[in-house]
Design a protein around this ligand. Structure first.
Ligand code: UTP
Length: 276
């Protein structure tokens, strides 16, 4: 499967990271020599995806600013002879960034829906702004490789992690059907945040997806959950009869950088500010 477009929903409230997220988008926290979101954009670029749409909320414009050239800053640095500083400025040549707004935080599915008019390809990658994969090929690269093993053309692929049973309440959990290989499984059902006793497996969905365009047609019909949020997983459930889903247990360590504990773990693995 060839994927050229990716949606990065980064409009969330970031409640688990308050009070910092009052002022600073958590996606801009530093990890080594780059903010978290740059790790995710670089994951797209390494996978050959150069058409990127951020779904942001008002006040999170600094996310786009990081990726744009700043001629005034460059001129000021040049004038002062600060060549080292100039060299540190990132340049994202041949990458097209696009921004859409989510006016109200009504869930990840609702966020992705805002990008619908921008999609021009049959499949699109979705990368959540706080999940990072460390120590192996990137999550999206692993999903792309898995897509080559799947015969259905009109299908969705989701990354999953084998989670402790007591944590199923925090994840969408798959009900696996046949196995394509040790890590790749066909999915016969999905349950959002099941009780541990009722969970069909311990394979929880994490923040990397490849979805066909048809999922966007289902999203507006998805009913909000008890928490008022519209989720991508519910659109996948609604389309399961016509759009087969495959789940890949990704190799490597997945870190949820959306909590202070997860972020601290990521800093340990990837370095603090200025350390690449
Ligand atoms: P999370 O569930 O981690 O939500 O969203 P959050 O708002 O970022 O953080 P908490 O739970 O309040 O602490 C998963 C991804 O979906 C995006 C988030 O920005 C994150 O990348 N998202 C979530 C949206 O873009 N809009 C939403 O309404 C909800």
């Amino acid at each position: 499967m060839k994927i050229t477009q990716a949606i990065l929903p980064v409009a969330g409230l970031g409640t688990r990271f308050l009070p910092w997220t009052k002022a600073v988008p958590k996606e801009l926290l530093p990890l080594g020599n780059r903010p978290i979101i740059a790790h995710i954009v670089d994951e797209c670029i390494e996978a050959g995806i150069r058409d990127i749409c951020f779904v942001i909320s008002h006040g999170k414009e600094a996310i786009l600013q990081y990726f744009q050239d700043d001629p005034r800053l460059e001129a000021a640095l040049k004038k002062r002879g600060k060549t080292d500083a100039l060299r540190r400025l990132p340049h994202y040549k041949n990458v097209r960034f696009h921004v859409v707004y989510q006016e109200e935080q009504l869930g990840d599915g609702h966020a992705i829906l805002q990008a619908m008019g921008w999609i021009t390809s049959p499949h699109v990658a979705v990368l959540f702004g706080d999940d990072l994969f460390v120590g192996a090929a990137s999550g999206i690269q692993q999903l792309l490789a898995a897509s080559e093993k799947v015969k259905d053309r009109e299908c969705a692929l989701v990354a999953v992690e084998n989670i402790p049973r007591e944590d199923t309440r925090h994840y969408g959990v798959i009900d696996p059907d046949g196995a394509v290989d040790r890590r790749l499984k066909k999915v016969k059902g999905l349950v959002e945040k099941p009780d541990p006793a009722k969970a069909p497996s311990t394979l929880g969905i994490v923040g990397r997806y490849i979805i066909p365009r048809s999922i966007f047609a289902a999203l507006p019909r998805v009913r909000a959950g008890k928490d008022g949020e519209i989720r991508l997983i519910d659109a996948l459930i609604a389309q399961l009869k016509t759009v087969p889903i495959y789940a890949l247990e990704c190799a490597g360590t997945r870190i949820d950088t959306g909590t202070p504990e997860g972020y601290a773990k990521a800093v340990k693995l990837l370095g603090g500010i200025g350390v690449s």
